[in-house]
Design a protein around this ligand. Sequence first.
Ligand code: COA
Length: 330
Amino acid sequence: MTPRPIARITGLGACLPPTVVTNADFEKSLDTSDQWIVERTGIRERRIAGPDLTLAEMCRVASTKALAQANLSAKDLDVIILGTVTPDRRLPATACDLQALLGATNAAAFDISAACPGFVYGLAIARGFIASGQANRILVLGAEKLSTVTDSTDRSTAVLFGDGAGGVVVEPADDSGRGILSSVLGADGTLADLLYIPGGGSADPVSEKVVRERSHFIKMAGREVFKAAVLAMSRACDGALAQAGITADQIDLLVPHQANIRIIEATAKHAGIPMDKVMVNVDRFGNTSAATIPLALDQGVAEGRIKPGSLLLLVTFGAGFTWGSVVVRW
Ligand code: COA
C-alpha cells in the first residue's frame, strides 16, 4: 500500500551560471575530442561560475524563486539545508551565508557533505524534521562550484563537471496525496578512494606540497566508479519503489543524477523505465554533483514534463560512496 506522504515540495528554483564551456573549448587545451566526450559521457557543454559568482549567490537566486513559488518569505523558514562539497569557505557553512543573504532570520542553517546525493539526503532530512514536528518550512538545496576543485589539466575529469544550484521548499503534506512517498539512503566508505580529493583537508592541510601535487583537485577511477554507480542506483531505485508500494510502470518520470548518459541508460534499463520517461540534461550541464537533480526537476517543470500529481523517481550516486532514491508525487 502506498504510504501517506508526510512532507511535500511546495516551491522549486534553480540558478545556472551564464558562462558556457563547450567540448570544442577543451579540444584547445587537452588531448581530447568532442567525439570522445560525447560518446563516453553524453556531455556537450557545461556551465562555469567565475570568481565573481559565489555558491551562496547562486543559492540565493535559486532560493528566491523557490520561496516565491511556495508563497513564503525568507522569514517563514525554519531550516536551510545545503548539500554541497564546494562551500564558499571551509568555515562557516555556506548555508549560513545564504541565511544572511536571504534574511532568513528564523532559520537554522547547515551544509551536508554527501557529494552528489547531497540534495536527496537533504530531502530525507527535511522529511524527518517534519515527521518529528521539529520544523515545518525547510529549504533544501543542492549546489556546487565543481570548477574550483576540477583539475583543468586532467582530461579524465576536467570534461565531466560543471557548476549550478537548485533547491526546493519542503512543507507538511496536505490531504492531496502529493509529497515524498519513500526515501532510501546508503553509503559504502570502503570505496572512498575511488572518487576523492586527497589534499587540503585536515589530514593533509593546504600547503605548497598539496598545490604542487595538485592533490586539492578531484581524483577518480572512472571505470570502477561507473560500475558502482550503476549497481547502487539500480538497487536504490528498487528500494524506493518497494518502500512506496509502487511499480516502475507507474512512474511518470525518472529523474536520475546526471553524471554520464551511459549510467543513466543502464539505471533506467534496470528499473524497466523507457528513456522517453527519463529526464536527461547531462549534455547541457555536465555533472553538477548535488545540483543535478534540482536542476533536472526545474527543467522538467519548465518543459511541462512534471505536473502536479506526476509520480517521480529520483535516484543519485556519488563520492563516499553515497547513494539515495526518493519517490515523490509532485
Ligand atoms: N578524452 C580522450 N580520452 C580520454 C579522456 C578524454 N577526456 N578521458 C580518459 N580518456 C582515455 C583514458 O586515458 C583511457 O585511455 P587508455 O585506454 O589509453 O588508458 C581511455 O580513454 C579509456 O578510459 P576509461 O576510463 O576506461 O574510459 P571509460 O569508458 O570508463 O569512460 C568515464 C571514462 C570517466 C567517462 C567513465 O568511466 C565514467 O563516466 N565514470 C563514472 C564517472 C562518474 O559518474 N563520476 C561521478 C560519480 S558522481
